[in-house]
Design a binder for this molecule. Structure first.
Ligand SMILES: NC(=O)c1ccc[n+]([C@@H]2O[C@H](COP(=O)([O-])OP(=O)(O)OC[C@H]3O[C@@H](n4cnc5c(N)ncnc54)[C@H](O)[C@@H]3O)[C@@H](O)[C@H]2O)c1
Length: 309
């Protein structure tokens, strides 16, 4: 089978690419390296099963050329980060919403078997009910979250109107190898690991009791591949996570323990758009994808710490 992984030079995309190539599948990556890294795909450039297209998902012309002839699309390409979207909502909207529409339109034109979307738990917003389950009322609180919701709805509209099979996977704080620790918009786990490794204090926005369902990337990779063929998946929105939550204070303690250090965090005021607690219900993933947590948070953290430079 031939897979298009948009955003395949990024963190999650490159982990998907690695697994697909390991399974002997053909892989096309479409990425403009806006946040992704050439080094993430360097190991595959000489693999005959691998094709790299450097281009922008905002261009329908480029998207069409990447989509032609593929069986499945795993759409990871996007501008992630809530703070980035607050600083620049127009670019986030362009890439995430127009990019999604281009992918769907080309997928429809070329008869792609299924499109799987990387959606986000940020869509749930600050509702206090836990765990967050898929049929809850959504409440996007940032431009980023709103673009992810628009992506989901576009997927459902294309399924209902045109019969194009689409599945949206709502990721919850994914972490693991190839995640950039250096950007101002980096996720908390790679950022904290890098700081603590360098004996620097990580900054926690708020009191540190906020909690997240941190999910090791291998779980998301597996869910993506499964979502391509799972019979009941088309038209659905499905959480992918561990179904547990850890606070940022616990996270700092666990990283310290793995590294044999004792670095205390610094505290700063809450950040706009951040949600207080996040924890997924994963029953639907179990039912529809046959999902189970393959790598726990603790084990994932132990695997990730040595990979962060
Ligand atoms: N990491 C998480 O915790 C998390 C949580 C929820 C959802 N997601 C979603 O998962 C997907 C992958 O996220 P990630 O964490 O790997 O981030 P990432 O930044 O590492 O990957 C995104 C990739 O998309 C590419 N890209 C950005 N703009 C593009 C454009 N205009 N044209 C072509 N490619 C473009 C980037 O270069 C990058 O390689 C995103 O859709 C993100 O919204 C991630």
């Amino acid at each position: 089978m031939k897979y298009l992984v948009t955003g395949g030079a990024g963190f999650i995309g490159s982990n998907i690419v690695a697994e697909l190539l390991k399974q002997g599948q053909e892989v096309v990556v479409l990425d403009n390296f806006a946040t992704g890294k050439r080094e993430n795909i360097l190991p595959y450039v000489k693999n005959p099963l691998f094709t790299m297209i450097e281009g922008d998902i905002r261009s329908f012309h480029i998207v069409r050329s990447a989509v032609k002839g593929v069986d499945y699309i795993l759409h990871q390409g996007a501008l992630p980060s809530v703070p980035r979207s607050i600083n620049d909502p127009i670019t986030t909207n362009d890439v995430n919403v127009l990019g999604m529409l281009n992918i769907l339109e080309a997928a429809k034109e070329f008869g792609v078997k299924r499109v799987v979307l990387a959606s986000s738990s940020s869509i749930y917003g600050d509702s206090e009910t836990l765990p967050k389950v898929e049929d809850m009322r959504v409440n996007p609180m940032s431009p980023y979250a709103l673009t992810k919701y628009a992506q989901e709805r576009y997927c459902q509209v294309f399924y209902k109107l045109y019969g194009l099979e689409t599945v949206a996977l709502r990721y919850f704080n994914v972490f693991g190898p190839n995640q950039d620790p250096t950007s101002q918009y980096s996720a908390v786990i790679p950022k904290f690991i890098r700081l603590i490794k360098n004996d620097k204090e990580p900054v926690i926005y708020g009191d540190g009791t906020q909690s997240r369902d941190f999910t090791y990337v291998e779980n998301n990779v597996w869910a993506n591949i499964q979502a391509c063929t799972a019979e009941k998946a088309p038209g659905e929105v499905i959480n992918v996570a561990c179904g547990e939550r850890y606070t940022l204070i616990e996270l700092v303690q666990m990283i310290n323990k793995i590294l044999g250090k004792n670095i205390e965090p610094k505290f700063a005021p809450d950040r706009a758009g951040d949600v207080k607690h996040s924890q997924a219900g994963i029953e639907k993933a179990k039912d529809i994808l046959g999902y189970k947590v393959r790598v726990s948070f603790e084990e994932g953290l132990e695997r990730t710490v040595p990979s962060v430079k």
